[in-house]
Design a binder for this molecule. Sequence first.
Ligand code: FRU
Length: 488
Amino acid sequence: MLSVLLSRAREYEAERLSNVSPSLLPRFHVTGGVGWLNDPNGFSLYKGEYHLFFQYYPYDTHWNDMHWGHVKSRDFIRWERLPCAMAPDMDYDCKGCFSGSAIELPDGRHLLMYTGVGKTDEGGEIQTQCLAFGDGTDYEKYEGNPVIGADMLPEGGSPVHFRDPKIWRSDGCYYAVAGNLHSDGNGAVLMFKSGDALKWQFLGEIASSGNRFGRMWECPDLFRLDGKDVLIVSPQEVKGDDMNFLYGNTTLCLIGNLRDDSSLDREYEQTIDYGLDFYAPQTVVTADGRRVMIAWMQYWNSVEVRPAEELPFFGQMTLPRELRVQNGRLIQTPVRELEAYRGERIGFAGVKIGEKTSFPGINGRCLDFTVKVRPAGEEFSRFTVNVAEGSGFVTAVSFDSKENTVIVDRSKSGFPEDIMNRKAFPVRGCGGEITLRIILDRYSMEIFVNGGEQAASFVLFAPEEAGDISFEAQGIAEADIESYRLEI
Ligand code: FRU
């Protein structure tokens, strides 16, 4: 039986979506289609298809009572929209069905694990971890909810900031990690275990911000990859101390080894994405064993920075990325499935670039192109790619070969009131050489540096007519350029 709130959401979105022209939406990046979207939730392989849920408010393009929206795909590129999966219709989640995850159960059901935000008798809020079971379209909330409550928190753990469970199954048992705020102001990741996914026990606090990486830690995910344990989290209120860590909400990857399922011995710490729009990533394992990550391509601190003309939706996901760990670093590359959508290849090898120049056929806003740059003479100090250019708009991606930084300037990218419009980040020094792969999809740009050593995501709202691409250098650079229009 659908609740009144869920039926209302489903009817509303079906009606509104039938009036939204696809020309207003990104071509292959997930949005709610209408309304508001934030974190990816329940990214899972279920009966051979990738399901993705998301934090969703269908009625308005601003955050409000959280529902779960739902899409699915066979290849991470073409997504089919499914009806809203959950609405905040129970006492224990009446203030929102917050973020969570999903797995396929051995008996064929799809299990969602999420945070219910409820009200206390005193009028405050409380967060507990809840379950819903379904068939890939319709979900029933478990009658025994919540399954993890405040009674399982370690001493000092806040029941008001206890959320975003990520569940997985290993050796016949279920595990989950969730974010928590400790009374000493530190964010922490707590780990739980269960034999049946219904009754849970607390295992330990596996990592904490240690007064260094912000306060509350949101949306954890923990997995083993290339011989290491990798914990990803989204900390709030970070005081970024250098170009590596952003101020405010950011994302962090901790790489090391998990000891006794209860503590992570950290060896490396890294920002996951260096752009201005990336938060709350979550991963899934593909049928062929790849670990793939998707994130909300947005940043909480700039959700009010919007295009001049309101679109029917607000909030996009990143392109899913394949992950690897190499030499202690997380390497990210766009899912290989994207390559099936490449049109004709346009390539230029060994071209000399100084003054601003463009190349026939390399333009548009739905493109996958790679430029390999090297110095051609001692004067070379900077190389710039301008995208989404025209009618007074331009987004500039520059490589400063003396400072070994990439600088992105989106002050002319279609945000009338964007005050946080420039981002610089360090890259590995390679004697003035760099490879930039840039993926454009109407309202976004994702940059992958040196084969995925670094990624940087940006939302752009320049109108689609701003489709020129040009290249320029201070001094002379030599470049190999390879470009494909994406036919999606
Ligand atoms: C992260 C987050 C989560 C929470 C959700 C609410 O972006 O704040 O911690 O579950 O968004 O929409």
